[in-house]
Design a protein around this ligand. Structure first.
Ligand code: NDP
Length: 452
């Protein structure tokens, strides 16, 4: 379960506000490269990802994944989907209210609960932003909701979530667009520090990739808030709702559902408990805040990552004891690699004097930061992705092999990490130059040791 946070990182947080000597003259240079297929790729992502979310919500039900309705669709049926009535039927005011209430709940508790303050990476303008990591306390606030349900409406709210699933998905799509439009417009405010990759001048591309690095509304750091709370807590809560719905339908919870919900809850709770670790990830240090992060965290993660649990409500499955043991072993192996690799890297960056790092070897670089060359980081350049992938597979296997759709998470995630690895490689090559080439010779594998 969750590991203890390092207090050393915290004490460093309290003394790291002084600007460094060299600050580049041009703070917001024009971006001269494209990722994700440039403007065309960006337009495709903005269009097709929400449609895919809709397809998974509307086009998968008790009749199949995909549903019989989808499998027997004629061209006229398909065109009718885009009629005004069909589109209007997707809008569910109660679901929109429920989704917004969830976001407001998170914002309210984020702004009022106390948490330890941690430093972010030093920005190009020399500043170090502080982040109040109170995510775990915000998560605990949901216990009051559980107590309210136990005393009042019982399991009805959980079943409500299952029944209003399409409307909740639509609400999250609309809200992601609203937030992305706000983020894009806000990035033109004077003084905004832009992401090095998000200032091409092409509207659709910058809108998608994210233009401003750290948009804030008062005390609320929007990117940091969106990064973990809505996605991880939404995923956790909706999975719990799906398990309760299965219990309501069957009178019991299958072992496959238990595995999926426990594994995924473990991942969500662990990431929230270790919230400070997010401060050294690419999302926070490099990427601008735009559609990619807003949609990914406000819609895609909470709506799509829990697909396995929803599938198991519609198609309950009992696993054999051997299957259960093998799946648990895969999950534990993946988690161990993922968590220990990320923790070592975080300590190495934020608290290099940590005694746990005494056996770590590294190379010095001209950029000033060191690169580890042994322990987990000697096996591959993104061994943490490998652990994450093993876990992703262990969450899909409990759904059996009747439909490929519950495996969407694994395939999507493998693609995401493969692509992300390429992006990070590009960033590191630019940052470290010759030193990165030297590092790649010492650690030749990208993700899977001995294979890739
Ligand atoms: P990493 O945590 O791997 O961070 C990459 C950065 O680490 C590099 O840019 C570099 O930054 C630094 N680094 C690279 N190699 C070394 C080294 N040898 N020694 C020291 N520092 C090094 O990548 P991500 O931010 O992409 O991922 C973080 C975690 O989040 C991963 O476990 C990933 O699986 C997970 N993740 C999960 C997602 C999900 O949807 N569930 C989505 C994306 C990621 P620098 O040198 O500049 O400090």
């Amino acid at each position: 379960m969750p590991t203890k946070r390092t207090s050393a990182a915290k004490s460093k947080a309290e003394s790291s506000d002084a600007p460094e000597a060299s600050v580049p003259v041009e703070l917001n240079p024009k971006t001269t490269f494209y990722e994700f297929g440039g403007p065309l790729g960006a337009a495709a992502m903005v269009t097709f990802l929400p449609l895919l979310v809709l397809f998974l919500a509307v086009g998968c039900d008790k009749t199949g994944y995909p549903s019989q309705k989808v499998l027997s669709m004629t061209k006229d049926d398909f065109l009718a989907l885009f009629s005004v009535e069909s589109l209007r039927a997707l809008i569910d005011p109660l679901a929109i209210g429920g989704y917004l209430a969830y976001i407001l709940w998170l914002v309210a508790f984020t702004l009022t609960l106390k948490g330890d303050k941690y430093p972010g990476s030093r920005l190009r303008n020399g500043k170090v932003l502080k982040y109040e990591c109170n995510g775990f306390s915000v998560l605990l606030s949901f216990f009051s909701l559980a107590i309210y349900c136990a005393k009042g409406p019982g399991i009805a709210p959980a079943i409500w979530v299952y029944e209003h699933w399409v409307g909740i998905n639509v609400a999250s799509i609309l809200f992601s667009f609203a937030v992305s439009i706000w983020a894009y417009s806000n990035s033109f405010e004077p003084g905004a520090l832009l992401a090095l990759g998000g200032n091409t001048g092409n509207t659709i591309y910058d809108f998608m990739i994210g233009r401003e690095l750290n948009p804030r509304i008062g005390d609320l750091d929007v990117k940091f808030f969106v990064e973990l709370r809505p996605p991880q807590m939404g995923w956790l809560l909706t999975n719990i709702c799906m398990a309760i719905t299965q219990y309501h339908n069957l009178g019991r919870i299958t072992n496959s559902m238990a595995l999926v919900v426990i594994f995924e809850a473990w991942y969500s709770i662990d990431s929230i408990w270790n919230e400070p670790l997010v401060l050294t990830t690419m999302d926070i240090t490099n990427d601008g805040f735009g559609f990619m992060l807003a949609f990914g965290n406000l819609c895609w993660v909470p709506m799509v990552y829990g697909l396995q649990a929803r599938y198991l409500v519609d198609f309950p499955l009992d696993l054999t004891i051997v299957q259960v043991i093998l799946i648990i072993a895969l999950q534990l192996t993946g988690f161990y690699i993922f968590r220990s690799a990320n923790s070592i890297k975080n300590s190495f960056r934020t608290n290099p004097n940590d005694p746990a790092l005494k056996d770590i070897t590294y190379i010095e670089t001209k950029a000033g930061t060191r690169l580890m060359t042994n322990s987990w980081w000697g096996y591959s350049r993104h061994i943490n992705y490998f652990g994450d992938l093993l876990m992703a597979l262990s969450w899909c296997l409990p759904t059996g092999f009747s439909s490929p759709i519950p495996y969407l998470y694994f395939f999507y995630f493998a693609f995401l990490l493969w692509h992300r690895q390429g992006r990070d490689e590009h960033k590191c090559r630019q940052k470290y130059g010759e030193d990165w080439v030297r590092y790649c010779k010492i650690v030749p594998y990208k993700i899977i040791p001995g294979i890739y």
